[in-house]
Design a binder for this molecule. Structure first.
Ligand SMILES: Nc1ncnc2c1ncn2[C@@H]1O[C@H](COP(=O)(O)OP(=O)(O)OP(=O)(O)O)[C@@H](O)[C@H]1O
Ligand SMILES: [Mg+2]
Length: 244
């Protein structure tokens, strides 16, 4: 059973002359632990697809199941639980709170969800260690480099045992060195923590860190390739060939 099942999902915006088919009958099965890159031209439906999965948007028709949970027919309070328990985001700007320390930023999702920080102490230390940021705990965001901010934002996304990490163009505002370090970090986090990642990107160089690439064109999936045993270079070439 796939972790995430997207079945015949369509989404339209507007009506009459301004009707837009943002998604047209999308079928997609995503397995636990996959690192999926979603690519496609501007306006092809990438963000709309993520928004339907994260319940920010509701499809016009079709079904979406996450670990058997029917998110299309769920009640609002069940959806709030679904989002809180399963989904984390990495934002382009990282959204760190400048007046809180690194440690306070990382435990913020736990506090928002009313969970005990003490109970998570072992997990917190484990994440800090795996991301090599133990020594930054008491610093404030404005004392960090770009790469360190990425690591802190990633730690915060991992802290509450979410199963799905969603990132919409996280490298859009980064130079190539920081972009590469974020992607390496996501690849590492995907391997070490087994978290499923859905990454939207325009950049084949960022997409090469994924394990699978799905291409959207005008709201339809027009290509779906897996890395399998390919090296980064061979996989990148394949992505270039498909997205050109
Ligand atoms: N809230 C909305 N109201 C009306 N039309 C919308 C809305 N959101 C998206 N659209 C339209 O749906 C289509 C898909 O948009 P979407 O944002 O999913 O594209 P995208 O692939 O994420 O593009 P980009 O790479 O530019 O972010 C576009 O034609 C867009 O104009
Ligand atoms: Mg978008």
């Amino acid at each position: 059973m796939s972790q995430l099942i997207v079945k015949g999902v369509s989404k339209t915006f507007g009506e009459g002359e301004s009707l837009v088919h943002a998604l047209s009958s999308i079928d997609l099965l995503i397995e636990k632990g996959e690192f999926l890159a979603i690519m496609g031209a501007s306006g092809s439906g990438k963000t709309t697809l993520l928004n339907c999965i994260s319940t920010i948007d509701k499809p016009t028709s079709g079904d979406i199941f996450f670990e058997n949970f029917d998110i299309i027919h769920a009640k609002e309070n069940q959806l709030a639980d679904y989002r809180a328990n399963n989904i984390s985001y990495i934002f382009q700007s990282y959204n760190l709170v400048e007046t809180l320390t690194v440690f306070e930023n990382i435990v913020l999702p736990l506090q928002i969800q009313g969970k005990s920080v003490r109970k998570y102490q072992t997990k917190i230390n484990d994440i800090l260690e795996k991301l090599s940021i133990q020594n930054l705990k008491r610093k404030f965001p404005n004392q960090l480099s770009g790469g360190q901010r990425q690591r802190v934002a990633t730690a915060r996304a991992l802290i509450d045992d979410s199963k799905l990490l969603i990132a919409d163009e996280p490298t859009g505002a980064l130079d190539s060195a920081n972009s590469e370090s974020l992607m390496t970090l996501l690849q590492e986090v995907n391997k070490v923590f087994g978290i499923t990642i859905l990454l939207v990107t325009h950049d084949p160089v960022a997409a090469k860190y994924s394990s699978r690439m799905v291409l959207l064109s005008d709201g339809k999936i027009t290509d779906d390739i897996e890395r399998k045993g390919l090296s980064n270079e061979a996989y990148l070439q394949e992505i270039y060939n498909r997205t050109r």
